[in-house]
Write a protein that binds this ligand. Structure first.
Ligand code: ACO
Ligand code: ZN
Length: 288
């Protein structure tokens, strides 16, 4: 139809070349019309600028001054770093970041109104620079208590634990802020899988470290303080695992920890020997 082009329907960026990868998009991302007509866009992995032709792209790479995201490196552990980028100070970068994110996110998300957000960008460091692997966004002030808005790990970097690593990072910031947090809803299928897995591990680790694990002294509030998770997310995780049981004749619930099950789960998680966040390596103070 005549208007399908104007509305951006019918044209879609299908693929981007980013660093060492050509990556197929999962969903439509609202690149400007003139770019959408190109099935393959070339993206600079450092400043995230997108280009239509390989010629422009090569010229750009030869002169692009950036070798890392334009923000503060607030965490470094081995070859992994997290940069904090302010949507107000680095608007174009953050808009480009969101356009890449939208290629893999189904839900409505922001692309252009980036100023109220901070972006936490995960990079792998080598002698060429800091290579983009994924990110999450976070509202500077969330009325609903969200500590993460959207998270995305580049498909070639998925299933290696980076999603859970950034989730762990988001809770570390919440603990520093002294406020429990939760991800913005709705979660995608993979988002929910990742959070369920993260929540379970975080809660089991706390429970098994407590001296009297099923004494009444172990309160949900205490778990919340230690994990940065909200009471609701703790309760839903414990309920899914059958570890919260209604007291006969009472209105409250009892925490009934299945210790062997929790231990077996943590052992399996350790066997995967995925990267973890080391809180001592964070260089950060809450946003004021
Ligand atoms: N199939 C089955 N299980 C999966 C899959 C998958 N495709 N992806 C992740 N999981 C499971 C893993 O098995 C792991 O659980 P385990 O440790 O118990 O085995 C857990 O989820 C986390 O795995 P990670 O390797 O840490 O996650 P990954 O680096 O792949 O990143 C993410 C997860 C960010 C959700 C990624 O899939 C992604 O970017 N998806 C596209 C964007 C998206 O959906 N984002 C979330 C939207 S919701 C929100 O933003 C609030
Ligand atoms: Zn560049």
């Amino acid at each position: 139809t005549p208007c399908s082009g104007a509305a951006g329907v019918g044209y879609q960026v299908k693929k981007i070349q980013l660093g060492a990868y050509e990556i197929d998009s999962w969903y439509i991302s609202p690149y400007p019309d003139e770019y959408s007509r190109h099935p393959l866009l070339y993206v600079c992995e450092f400043c995230l600028k997108y280009m239509k032709s390989v010629y422009t792209f090569r010229r750009h790479c030869a002169k692009c001054p950036l070798r890392h995201p334009p923000g503060d490196e607030i965490y470094r552990d081995g070859n992994l770093s997290v940069f904090e980028v302010d949507g107000r100070k680095n608007k174009i970068y953050c808009q480009n970041l969101c356009l890449i994110g939208k290629m893999f996110l189904d839900t409505k998300t922001l692309y252009y109104d980036v100023e109220p957000f901070l972006f936490y960008v995960l990079c792998e460091h080598d002698t060429d620079g800091y290579h983009f692997a994924g990110y999450y966004s976070k509202e500077k002030r969330s009325v609903q208590g969200y500590n993460l808005s959207c998270i995305m790990i580049l498909p070639p970097k998925q299933r290696e634990g980076y999603g859970k690593l950034l989730i762990e990072f988001s809770y570390l910031l919440s603990k520093k802020e002294g406020l429990p947090g939760s991800p913005e809803k709705p979660l995608s299928d993979f988002g929910l899988l990742s959070y369920r897995s993260y929540w379970r591990r975080a809660i089991y680790e706390i429970l098994l470290a407590m001296p009297a694990r099923d004494s009444p002294a172990v309160s949900i509030e205490a778990i919340s303080k230690k994990t940065g998770m909200t009471v609701d997310d703790i309760i839903s995780t414990l309920q899914t695992d059958g570890m919260l049981q209604r007291q006969p004749g009472l209105s409250n619930y009892a925490l009934v920890v299945d210790v062997p099950r929790a231990e077996a789960y943590l052992q399996r998680a350790r066997d995967k020997s995925l990267r973890r966040i080391d809180p001592a390596k964070l260089r950060w103070a809450p946003f004021l």
